[in-house]
Design a protein around this ligand. Structure first.
Ligand code: ADP
Length: 431
């Protein structure tokens, strides 16, 4: 055991010094003073050790000085602790360095910001994509440096479930960026910036392709449908049923092409027209069209609050609302009831189509607005559906800052609700 032996050595040294002092004091007849002098010498030696320790603690030297007696284990323990600390610091530095290298190598821009959008740090890609400067921009507000209105609105909104896509890079409009924000510590957020130019180009190619194909198909289809409409089935005797089927299919194809062209037009426009649209007269017309389609098989009721209009595109809103109403007629068996309500809802307003149809199984609801998504292929085709109606509705509502809510119970019916924010409302002409 090292510590007790060292302590013993100290005690032995103290006793030896006191004894030697007493012996020398005896020579002059003062053994007590001699012993006291020996003890004083011992105390001075301890003080010297303390000073050496103090000096060493203040230095960066890894090796502790040689200790005397009971000081030696103290020096050893402190030296071991210092060595361990040094190693731990080294390991932390290596980890930090490799994390920094990884962040630097990322092709995506990373920017740590606080709740006031003040920049704490950013990586090399953020510099390249957003034109940030290091260290000048650390501590600056990000929304003062990236000033695109859509970005400023998005970051001020405080809701970051959805990324912000297809934004121009501040330094080069041709570079398209995607922003995503993640809260990673209380009060701190990580903004991820990704260059999605290639993806956007591909998306544009896809959009152009669909628009061009639809456009090219429209003329030949119109000609074929025109001839088919001109022929009377009775003239074809045995071929009459075949001919009627051909005519049905050519009508369906024309509807699909028209819907695809509508979708392409909606995708191409950046914002809908901003005109106040009187909703009640529009719903009157839609109700009449629905009555004609239903041919008296359904009860269709309209309840409309004319005190506020919607600011947007009348044509697009008509297209969205009539798609919902036509669906209600097509998917509600004869004898059913369909209610059309336009009324205040929360802070804004809502147009709801409530039917007593067969309802939609819950697992289909999240995918209903995808193009060509159908709950039942045969049911949709039999009723003349193109599979694009709800995709059009979703596009129109998105462009108007509105959302589509769908509730459905099997056997009881469905409710499709278009919810518009206050910012889209204007006072209506009627009281
Ligand atoms: P479609 O032209 O096939 O009707 P939509 O995009 O308009 O295409 O609708 C997608 C699917 O949603 C439909 O195929 C149908 O199964 C279902 N659907 C839409 N509206 C209703 C409704 N009111 N009641 C029941 N099912 C509906």
């Amino acid at each position: 055991m090292k510590t007790p032996r060292a302590t013993e050595r100290s005690l032995v040294a103290m006793v030896a010094l006191a004894g030697t002092g007493a012996g020398l004091g005896l020579l002059v007849g003062q053994p007590g003073w001699g012993a006291a002098a020996g003890l004083l010498l011992f105390a001075l030696l301890q003080l010297r050790q303390l000073l050496r320790l103090q000096r060493w603690l203040g230095s960066r030297d890894l090796h502790a000085p040689e200790g005397f007696g009971a000081w030696q284990p103290v020096f050893d323990a402190l030296e071991r602790r210092r060595k361990m600390d040094r190693q731990r610091r080294k390991r932390l530095l290596v980890a930090l360095e490799s994390f920094r290298d990884a962040a630097r190598a990322l092709p995506d821009g990373l920017i740590a910001i606080d709740e006031g959008n003040e920049i704490h740090w950013f990586n090399k890609s953020a510099k390249r994509l957003l034109g940030l400067r290091y260290p000048a921009d650390v501590g600056q507000r990000l929304d003062h440096l990236v000033r695109a209105p859509a970005f400023v609105r998005w970051i001020a909104s405080g809701t970051f479930d959805e990324p912000l896509i297809d934004q121009p890079a501040p330094e080069d409009e041709r570079v398209r960026l995607l922003y995503r924000l993640i809260a990673y510590r209380p009060g701190l957020r990580m903004l991820i910036v990704r260059d999605v130019s290639n993806l956007m180009r591909l998306e544009q190619v896809r959009r152009d392709f669909v628009a061009n194909v639809s456009h090219e198909l429209r003329t030949p289809l119109t000609v074929i449908a025109g001839y088919l409409e001109a022929i009377e089935p009775e003239e074809l005797h045995d071929f009459a049923p075949l001919f009627v089927e051909m005519r049905e299919q050519s009508r369906r194809m024309s509807h699909i092409v028209e819907d695809l062209l509508t979708l392409s037009r909606l995708e191409a426009q950046s914002a809908p027209r901003d005109e106040p649209v009187a909703i009640c007269p529009m719903l009157d017309r839609i109700q009449r069209d629905a009555d004609a389609l239903s041919q008296g098989q359904h009860t269709i009721e309209l309840c409309c609050d004319a005190s506020f209009d919607i600011v947007g595109s009348g044509k697009d809103l008509h297209s969205a609302f009539s798609n919902l109403v036509i669906n209600a007629v097509r998917y509600t068996p004869a004898g059913g009831r369909i209610r059309l309500h336009y009324e205040p809802h929360g802070e804004g307003a809502a147009f709801s189509v409530i039917d007593t149809g067969q309802g939609i199984p819950a697992q289909h609801l999240p995918r209903l607005t995808e193009r060509f998504y159908r709950v039942s292929n045969s049911r949709s085709r039999d009723s003349g559906g193109t599979g694009l109606g709800l995709a059009i509705v979703k596009h129109v509502l998105n462009a108007h800052g509105a959302r589509l809510e769908i509730e459905s119970t099997i056997g009881k019916g469905s409710t499709f609700r278009c919810v518009f924010p206050t910012s889209r409302l204007a006072p209506g002409a009627a009281p």
